[in-house]
Design a binder for this molecule. Structure first.
Ligand SMILES: *[C@@H]1O[C@H](CO)[C@@H](O)[C@H](O)[C@H]1NC(C)=O
Ligand SMILES: *[C@@H]1O[C@H](CO)[C@@H](O)[C@H](O)[C@H]1NC(C)=O
Ligand SMILES: *[C@@H]1O[C@H](CO)[C@@H](O)[C@H](O)[C@H]1NC(C)=O
Length: 324
């Protein structure tokens, strides 16, 4: 999943219809066959249509993602890439009634005044989201716009340039190496589910099935662990600290490592500690207080300065077209 603070185009309904607007677009069930009246959001680099999907994330809400013809599942951005293959819906209506308008995270709430931005779904914890798209690596990507945060209406979408694989003790070949231990063993990036808390980042050591993640102490997890994978060359580490992180990542792409239900998305950090590289969570959901939390010999610690995992495989160009 990616978080971009680049301009995005948002889908709007042309005629402001007030209450009657429900008749102008609707969500149909989607089980792999695209209805004739599905709204086309754009094309992939391979010239196949991209449609607008909506999936239900348990305890999360109804989240927007791209639908590709013939592909039954939809991947939606919600604390990572959520793959959904049931109860998926596809946005339908008269194509001519829609247009896309450029906006960015800071001006969206002003731009939509007196217009009708299409609602794409909602998050239980936050409210309604809009539907965005960008042109990215030759493809059109569809995703959610966090319009429930005025001034912070970012565009999130799922990109499979990196992904979390299941981890049960065997490190996949494409796992991203975060560094080495003092004993010259690789350290990888793990993510584990802490009940009632969220998806939290920690270190994975080859051959060790459990992951220890920092959440109100050392949480040892041995089920439902994921490991971050993708093309190693597309990643780099950038130095940051608790007070400047939110400024340093503007217009860059910091990798999302997970989320805390109560707080929001976290980034992935690392430090060198006693000769080891240790991976942990950055509390980036608190701008100005984005500390690095990690597990050191069974206890949770935090530090002020660290390196944050960044992604540079981005090859996006903004689609300036406004379609009617
Ligand atoms: C958002 O867009 C507006 C209007 O195009 C522009 O003036 C503003 O600088 C942009 N803001 C950011 C943060 O990109
Ligand atoms: C954070 O890093 C910036 C840039 O390197 C530096 O200017 C600033 O003093 C640092 N802040 C703290 C609190 O360490
Ligand atoms: C790690 O923790 C154990 C038990 O708390 C302690 O006995 C040991 O000395 C610690 N090791 C280091 C290197 O601090």
């Amino acid at each position: 999943m990616k978080l971009l603070s680049v301009p995005v185009t948002i889908i709007f309904l042309l005629h402001h219809c007030g209450v009657g607007s429900l008749e102008n677009y609707y969500w149909r069930e989607y089980v792999g066959r695209v209805p004739e009246d599905a709204i086309v959001a754009g094309e992939t680099a391979a010239h196949t249509n991209v449609y607008i999907g909506q999936g239900c994330v348990q305890n999360g809400g109804l989240i927007v993602g791209a639908i590709f013809p013939g592909v039954k599942e939809v991947h939606v951005p919600y604390g990572g890439d959520k793959k959904l293959d049931k109860y998926v819906k596809i946005l339908c209506g008269p194509q001519d009634n829609f247009y896309w308008m450029s906006a960015n995270y800071s001006n969206l709430h002003l731009e939509v005044i007196g217009k009708h931005a299409v609602i794409g779904g909602h998050e239980h914890a936050h409210g309604y989201m809009n539907i965005g798209r960008i042109s990215y690596g030759g493809d059109i990507k569809v995703g959610k716009v966090t319009s429930y945060w005025p001034g912070k209406a970012y565009f999130y979408f799922v990109d499979n340039d990196y992904y979390w694989r299941e981890y049960v003790g065997r490190v996949p070949q494409d796992a991203i190496v975060a560094g080495k231990t003092a004993a010259d063993k690789n350290v990888y990036i793990g993510q584990g589910y802490v009940k009632n808390a969220g998806l939290i980042v920690g270190s994975i050591y080859p051959g060790v099935k459990e992951v220890h993640v920092p959440y109100d102490g050392d949480k040892k997890l041995d089920k439902y662990i994921k490991i971050l994978c993708g093309p190693q060359d597309n990643f780099y580490w950038m130095s940051a600290n608790y007070s400047n992180l939110h400024l340093e990542v503007i217009d860059k792409h910091a990798v999302i490592g997970g989320h805390e239900d109560a707080n929001g998305y976290m980034n992935i950090g690392r430090i060198s500690h006693g000769g080891d590289i240790i991976v942990g969570k950055i509390s980036s959901f608190w701008p100005g207080k984005a500390h690095f939390y990690f597990i050191d010999n069974g206890s949770e610690k935090h530090v002020d300065s660290y390196q944050v995992l960044m992604y540079n495989g981005d090859n996006f160009a903004i689609d300036p077209r406004i379609k009617k």
